[in-house]
Write a protein that binds this ligand. Structure first.
Ligand SMILES: [Zn+2]
Length: 260
């Protein structure tokens, strides 16, 4: 992306990181105790030549000034972009229409509720059996707002139309898809549904697991204005951490591992 290159060319990774981490000169580079894990011997290296950082210890992770800010402040890419663009004095192309994006979150939310209800219905018994088998408690199902997409190809579509949702917008959200015969139908059907939230808790998309031998086993919402690939990868990462930390959500973790 041209924006990020322009920003990076005007900022110094050493300067940005040294505002948060006590850096020591080490040859051409700088080192410090890693701010992301506990350690007594510095394994966090900042390379001014490459304008990058890396933890050679437990994290074995690194990146540029964007990744650093996202990680240290626990913010998503868009937010880091805003902060660094301002510092660098670079005007960024905001892209996307915020109002449109809000509508997408709303539509995704209607879909989430629909999938949740379907999981509780008779039709959702296949998904329920699967969750029972994997030992996923009702509490976890609720917490992660798990759902089921009915097998009828028009189930969600009908529901959205009933709620006055513009079906073109729902297609933009990746919930509906135009099939070869020109008909608009549900994109997800017969699958266990995992809503994907952004850091602000808004539903940006869905991951979906097949409950039979259908391939691919896992599919997810294609890139849409509300579902930014870069941000979402980061979002997955965060949810995965959160899920691991709470040591629950067994199947959710499995899902994350497959697509992350
Ligand atoms: Zn580290």
């Amino acid at each position: 992306m041209a924006d990020t290159d322009a920003i990076k060319s005007r900022l110094d990774v050493v300067e940005i990181i040294s505002e948060r981490v006590q850096l020591q000169k080490a040859g051409r580079n700088y080192k410090a105790n890693c701010p992301f894990h506990n350690e007594k011997t510095p394994s966090f290296i900042v390379d001014p030549g490459r304008q990058s950082w890396r933890c050679f210890g437990q994290c074995s992770e690194g990146g540029d000034v964007f990744n650093f800010l996202m990680k240290i402040d626990q913010i998503e890419f868009g937010e880091a972009l805003g902060v660094l663009a301002q510092r660098a004095g670079v005007e960024i192309d905001k892209g996307g229409d915020p109002e449109k994006t809000n509508l997408h979150f709303e539509i995704n939310n209607i879909a989430l509720k629909f999938y949740q209800e379907a999981l509780l219905s008779t039709e959702g018994s296949l998904a329920k059996t699967y969750l029972d088998k994997r030992g996923v408690s009702l509490e976890i199902r609720e917490k992660f707002a798990l759902g089921y997409s009915p097998r009828g190809r028009d189930s969600l579509k009908t529901h959205l139309a009933f709620h006055g949702v513009d079906l073109n917008k729902a297609t933009e959200c990746g919930l509906l898809v135009q099939s070869d015969d020109g008909r608009v139908r549900d994109f997800f059907w017969g699958r266990l549904m995992f809503p994907i939230h952004d850091r602000r808790g808004r539903v940006v998309g869905f991951g979906a697991r097949a409950l039979d031998d259908t391939m691919p086993k896992y599919i997810n919402t294609a890139a849409t204005p509300a579902f930014d690939k870069r941000r979402t990868l980061y979002g997955f990462h965060l949810s995965r951490e959160a899920i691991r930390a709470s040591n629950e959500g067994v199947i959710v973790e499995g899902y994350m591992d497959v697509i992350a």
